[in-house]
Design a protein. Sequence first.
Length: 237
Amino acid sequence: MNPITRLQEPLPELGMLTRIRAAGKTPAVLLLPAVAGLNTYCADVANALADQGYASLALDYYTGTGAPPLNTRAEAIAAVASLSDRAILARVQAGVAHLKSLPEVDPDKLAVLGFCVGGSYSLLAASSMDAFRCAIAFYGPPKYLETNANKPLSPLDAVGDIRCPLLGHYGAADTLIPLEHVQELRDRLKGKPAEIYTYPGAGHAFHEHFRPQVYRPIAAQEAWERSLRYLRWYFGQ
């Protein structure tokens, strides 16, 4: 597809919608960002999806407030902890409803794709909603070290109820997500349509091309190509 065929527009209270011009109805992806929220990286991912023929809606976790400071690891962890899972999942539901309302979108061909905390929300959404053909998680922590009012249910405890096929990507050198947690995720998903991959030498956020210190080009490209194949298969293309 030519870049001229795509148009990005902000949606108040929801996020960023990327439309495409195509003959007939198209599949759509609900895009769940990392803790940094909407940024140029999200726009790049949305454009890459558009080039494959998919509309997308990237959710904004911080409507009205803006993203919190993320200058240190401690600030990033605090930002994740401050997000209410119930509130974000309600926003996911609203995003699904909006995508289904668009005349150019096939309401029966939706997927959810998340990065970092968005990957955790992909797991939770796929385990509580029937809206998706498939779910994809890039290094979303599968296990909460503790639960509380904002984090009442660990994704690891939710995936027993998963309602669609799941593809997961995790870095073998991720210091935020122990490999034991990834193996626990595999164990909980035994017998279900799930594929969980780990990438040698890759740490957290290995797909974020704008951060040279974490970007791992081979892992990033392999994970992205697998994700596109996954979408094509479950969208019936």
